[in-house]
Design a protein. Structure first.
Length: 162
C-alpha cells in the first residue's frame, strides 16, 4: 500500500524553506544557521529538525550538517515557488514595498492552494502582457492610476489606446 502525501505544518515549511536557502548558499546548513535565519532559539530548531527527520524530509544528526532529503527538497522548492510568486504579485501588481511584500508572502505561502497559485501566475502573465500593464498603485491617493490620465477606470471605459 502506498503512503499518502506528507503533511507539513506552516512552521515546518518555514524550516524547510530556510534550510533550502542556506544549503543553496553554503552547501549545507547547521542548526545555528537555521536559528539565525528564522530568528528562533536553538531548542526550537532542534525540535523542528527532529520532526522533519521523522518525516524523512531532512538528514539530521545532532551537531552535524543538515541537508534536505529528496522529499524535503520537493516540498521546499514548492514553498519557495509559492513565496516568490506571491512576492512578485505583491510588488509588481499591487505595488507594495519589497519588505512588506516579503512578509506578506511568508504568511500567504502556507495558505494558497495549487489551483489558486496557478491562476495567479496566469493573471500575472496577462497583466505583464496587457497594454494597460503600466497601471500602478498611488500610495498618496490610495488608488490605482492608469497610463494616460491617471484614471485607469476612465481609460478602460472609453477604450482609449496609447
Amino acid at each position: 500500500m502506498k503512503a499518502g502525501p506528507i503533511t507539513v505544518s506552516a512552521s515546518l515549511e518555514d524550516y524547510l524553506e530556510a534550510i533550502y536557502h542556506i544549503v543553496a548558499a553554503k552547501g549545507a546548513a547547521r542548526a545555528k544557521d537555521i536559528a539565525q535565519a528564522l530568528d528562533v532559539k536553538n531548542a526550537s530548531v532542534t525540535q523542528a529538525l527532529r520532526s522533519l527527520a521523522e518525516k524523512k524530509l531532512v538528514n539530521y544528526a545532532p551537531y552535524e550538517v543538515i541537508t534536505l532529503t529528496e522529499a524535503g527538497e520537493v516540498i521546499a522548492r514548492d514553498v519557495v515557488r509559492r513565496h516568490q510568486t506571491l512576492e512578485r504579485f505583491l510588488t509588481q501588481v499591487l505595488g507594495l514595498p519589497k519588505d512588506e511584500a516579503d512578509e506578506g508572502a511568508c504568511r500567504l505561502e502556507h495558505a494558497i492552494s495549487k489551483p489558486i497559485l496557478e491562476r495567479l501566475l496566469k493573471f500575472m502573465e496577462y497583466f505583464q502582457a496587457c497594454p494597460m500593464s503600466d497601471i500602478r498603485w498611488d500610495d498618496e491617493a490610495g488608488v490605482f492610476r492608469g497610463p494616460k490620465d491617471g484614471h485607469p477606470q476612465e481609460s478602460m471605459q472609453r477604450g482609449e489606446e496609447e
